[in-house]
Design a protein around this ligand. Structure first.
Ligand code: SAM
Ligand code: SF4
Ligand code: SF4
Length: 288
């Protein structure tokens, strides 16, 4: 139940944020949502547990967007081994994970030919998770949209980059035109432009209007596992400078519950930014 509530709430948030909320208020609304999500999960699950898991099934991307660390920082090309991915899903199933699952870090999931099988396995092992697949949309076709939906993807979140952030023609608009009504319902567009408040990814990218933070809920909500199985600080830790354990060697819950990780998350929730990456992130990095 919690998973579907969380998923529905997130979808509603994306819709409201994109369509109704003025750009300058979007980060504030996100913070309100994140705090609600955290305290709701503490209340209903009676434990400190993440509500989202982000898995870097592959590291590759076909773009180098200016607002993304990939623009200037190379990333090793790699795939999470099948066995490690299955093992991670088993761990998530063992703790009754029902939140949001996304095959994402700084990658394009559709660059992984296994993506349909991986999403199918996730849905089979974790039937109550809300699978949100973030994509730049350039590789979407009518056929693979249907296949992803069939595999169990609940939301296809297609980023559209405005103005000079645009990388190529928006072929996905055409791809989405003829899909089934069921598939159409899963597609959501998210627009990002220079005038949006964007993340500096811990200071790795310069954006015109960087998001600043007085506290951070992100590390408390989302567990990020890179392609090697390393649990990293958060989605901004592009270089994996802060690793708390490896799911190939330890259970994800044991990693999450390590005292040093718990302490750090608590400090972050209270606006106590100890790590350099967090200080930079909170300050919005270096504006463009
Ligand atoms: C890093 S991307 C990876 C997935 C896919 N390649 C894509 O671009 O959608 C994940 C999400 O981060 C968003 N994103 C990228 N750069 C961002 C930035 N500087 N600030 C905020 N969101 C950003 C993207 O729009 C996307 O929704
Ligand atoms: S934002 Fe997405 S599409 Fe753009 S470079 Fe980063 S990972 Fe690739
Ligand atoms: S403050 Fe730290 S933990 Fe929070 S999003 Fe930024 S880099 Fe990640």
């Amino acid at each position: 139940m919690l998973g579907s509530v969380e998923g529905t709430m997130l979808n509603v948030l994306f819709k409201i944020n994109d369509k109704l909320v003025p750009k300058q208020h979007r980060a504030g609304l996100r913070d309100v949502y994140d705090r609600g999500d955290y305290y709701w999960s503490r209340l209903t699950q009676r434990r400190d547990i993440f509500t989202q898991v982000e898995i870097e099934t592959n590291t590759n991307c076909n773009r180098k967007c200016r607002i993304c660390p990939r623009h200037k920082h190379e990333r090793e090309i790699g795939f999470m081994p099948d066995a490690l991915y299955s093992h991670l899903l088993d761990q998530l199933a063992s703790i009754g994970f029902r939140g949001r699952l996304s095959p994402v870090f700084y990658n394009e999931p559709l660059m992984d030919p296994r993506i349909f099988r991986l999403m199918k396995e996730a849905k089979e092992k974790l039937p109550r998770t809300n699978i949100v697949l973030f994509t730049n949309g350039s590789l979407l076709t009518k056929e693979n949209i249907e296949e992803l939906v069939e595999a169990g993807v609940d939301t296809l979140l297609v980023s559209q980059y405005e103005g000079n952030l645009r990388a190529d023609e928006e072929t996905y608009v055409d791809a989405a035109r003829d899909v089934s009504p069921r598939a159409r319902k899963t597609i959501r567009y998210r627009t990002l432009g220079d005038e949006d408040f964007l993340s500096s990814s811990g200071g790795l990218v310069r954006v015109k209007k960087p998001v600043t933070k007085s506290r951070c809920m992100q590390a408390s909500l989302s567990c990020v596992v890179d392609f090697r199985g390393d649990v990293v600080l958060c989605c901004n830790d592009y270089n994996g400078n802060h690793v708390f354990g490896n799911v190939g060697k330890e259970h994800i819950l044991d990693i999450w519950n390590k005292p040093e990780f718990k302490k750090l998350r608590k400090q972050l929730r209270h606006g106590d930014f100890q790590l350099d990456i967090c200080k930079t992130c909170a300050a919005g990095g270096v504006p463009a």
